[in-house]
Design a protein around this ligand. Sequence first.
Ligand SMILES: Cc1ncc(COP(=O)(O)O)c(C=O)c1O
Length: 450
Amino acid sequence: MSLAFDQSSRHDAVPNDLEAWWLPFTANRAFKKNPRMISGAKDMYYLTPEGKKIMDSAAGLWCCNAGHNRDSIVHAIQKQAAELDFSPSFNFGHPTAFALASRIAAMAPDTLDHVFFCNSGSEAVDTALKMALAYWNVRGMGSKTRLIGRERGYHGVGFGGISVGGIVNNRKFFGGLLTGVDHMPHTYNRKEQAFTKGEPEWGAHLADDLERIITLHDASTIAAVIVEPMAGSTGVLPPPKGYLKRLREICTKHDILLIFDEVISGFGRLGHAFAAERFGVTPDFICFAKAVNSGTVPMGGVIASKQVHDAFMKGPEHAIELFHGYTYSGHPLAAAAALATLDLYREEDLFEKTRKREQAWMDALMSTLQPLPNVVDIRTIGLVAAIDLAPHPDGVGKRAYDAMDKGFRDHGIMIRITADTLALTPPLIMTDNEMDELLDKVKKVILAVA
Ligand SMILES: Cc1ncc(COP(=O)(O)O)c(C=O)c1O
C-alpha cells in the first residue's frame, strides 16, 4: 500500500509499513488495507495526517475528559520530565505521587482514603481483587476466596478481570480462567427499559440474585463482589434505580467486600468525581484509571477503605505489608499529569457543568436519534449515550463497524463501537454548539448505514 504524506515533520509522519504493529481489539487486516490514521489532536478534535478534523465523540477511549492536548497538562508533563523522570516506588517515594494520592483520597467518599497506584484499568482491577483476597487472609479468614462478578461486566483484560468479567469473546479463547468465580445476571432488559433516560425504573430486584449465590456457596467462602456502577464497554447499562444500594446492603449483611470498577465512570463522566457519589453508595474499593489524567500518560489505581488498609498494617515495621506493585506505580509523569488534570477539572467546573447539562444532552439525543432507521434502543446518563442499531443481515457488528468507518472517512467523527452499539462519551469540555455538531454527525452516520 502507498501512503503519500509529507514525512518531513515528526508530527505528520506516517509509517510506510503497517505490518509490525498488531493492534489491540481491532480487525487488523481490514485496518491495514485501509487505515484510519490520527496524527494530532486539540480539545474536541483529532487531526488526520492529511489535515482533516475529526470530532472525538468518545473522549479517546473514555479517557480524555478534559479534551486533548490541554496546555496546562502538557506543561506539567514537560516540567516533570525535566525534573524527575523516574524514581522507584518500592521503598522510596516522590512528592508528586503523594500529593496526587491525597487529592484523590479527598475526592473519594469519606471512608475511602488510601490510594494504590498502577498503570491501567486492568491492573487496577487485578490489584483490587488481590487486595480483597489478601485482606481476608490477614484477618485470619483465608476461606473467603470466591469472587463474584456480573454478566456483561468489563473489567479489563488481565486474567483476574476476564474471570470476573462477563463478555463472552473476552473469555472464551483463554482457557479455564480463575477458579471460584460466579456471576450475577446483567441488568439489561430491552422490553422493560428501552429508551430510558437515566437509571431505569425496572431491575433493582436483580441484585437479590447475590443472595442466591451466597446461599449456594456460603458467605464464609466469598471474598468480594465486583461491578461497574454503570456498565460501559458492554454497551452502556446505567444501573436500575436502587440496584447498587441493594448490592451494598447484601454485601454488608454477609461481610463481603464490594468493589466498584470506576475506570470509566470516575472523574466526571456521570457529573461527579465518582459514580459512588452520584448513586450514594460507598464500596470498599474504587478502581480508577483513564480520566485521572485525561488519558495523557498511562495510570490507574485503587482507592481502598481505611478498614482494609489498616488490617494490613501489622507485624514488624521493616516488613512489606502487601506483596504487590508495579515498576511504574505512581510514575512521576503520570502523577504530574493527573495533578494538572484535576486542577483543570476544578477550574473549569467540568463535573458540575456535566451535571447541569445532563438533561439537555439526554433530551437532544432522544429527540434527534430515536426516530432514525434501525435505532432499537438508546440509553443515556451523565455525558454518556449508547445507541443500539438493529444488526445488518451480514452479521452482528457489521452495521456498527460500517458506522464507525463511514463516520471517520465521510463525516469527520470518531465513534466508539461495541457489537452493534454506538457509544458516545465526548470530552466534558464540549460546548453546546459542539453538542449540536456531534448529534448532527451521528445522525448522518446512522442514515448512511440504514
Ligand atoms: C470498567 C473498566 N474496567 C477496566 C478497564 C480496563 O482498562 P485498561 O484498558 O486501561 O486496562 C476498562 C477499559 O475500558 C473499563 O471500562
